[in-house]
Ligand binder design. Structure first.
Ligand code: MLT
Length: 207
């Protein structure tokens, strides 16, 4: 494992992969997580892939996040836009530093929301994304060309944070931008379960 902080403001972990055929994974944790949270998930779900895992730079109390929110599910969109650009620049830096192809994002909750923002605001940055318990990041999403990019959205029918209609709106926005969207709603809450892992592993093996 290589953990580097020099030359970038993002605390992060980079783990070089052993399988050059696999796309790198960009791991984006949820509120209160950090750069180590999703490493074992990434290793299990995409064996051999390089893993790039930054820590969100916003603190809500002691909890790291990728952008500010005004209340649960209500985002500070000016901050979101700025943080999305910062994250995009970090990914470009890491690609050059480590010789990486454009990554597939694997994001949970707040990390899924910033991954959705990356897709819509900086569509050139990601090769695709798996969005676990995501919601629409922008009230009025920017026009983006996501033609052919694969996106998996896994939602929970009982999720108290993400209303069903909101997750469907996100799937609609990404699909209207040309992404190849697979949206599954599971009998689950905001947390992940075995059904998520099965669908995620299958999707990553195909993308
Ligand atoms: C967010 O703030 O991104 C969402 O409400 C998910 C969360 O982090 O709780």
């Amino acid at each position: 494992m290589i953990a580097t902080t020099a030359d970038t403001d993002f605390i992060h972990v980079f783990e070089p992969g052993s399988d050059p055929a696999r796309r790198p994974l960009l791991l984006l944790h949820g509120t209160g997580g950090d750069e180590r949270d999703l490493l074992s998930l990434g290793r299990t779900m995409a064996p051999g892939a390089s893993l790039l895992s930054p820590r969100g730079r916003v603190l809500e109390g002691a909890a790291p996040r990728f952008f500010r929110r005004l209340a649960e599910g209500v985002f500070d969109e000016a901050d979101l836009k700025r943080r999305t650009d910062e994250l995009a620049e970090f990914i470009l830096w890491a690609r050059e530093r480590h010789g990486l192809a454009a990554p597939i994002a694997l994001g949970f909750s707040n990390g899924a929301n910033v991954a959705a923002a990356l897709l819509l605001q900086r569509p050139e940055i990601l090769a695709g994304a798996a969005l676990l318990r995501a919601m629409t990041p922008f009230a009025e999403p920017p026009a983006a060309d996501l033609t052919g990019k694969p996106v998996l959205i896994l939602s929970g029918a009982l999720d108290p944070i993400v209303p069903k209609a909101n997750a469907e709106a996100l799937a609609g926005q990404l699909g209207a931008s040309g992404a190849v969207v697979e949206h599954r709603t599971l009998p689950a809450g905001h947390g992940l379960g075995q059904a998520d892992l099965g669908l995620l592993g299958d999707w990553l093996a195909r993308n």
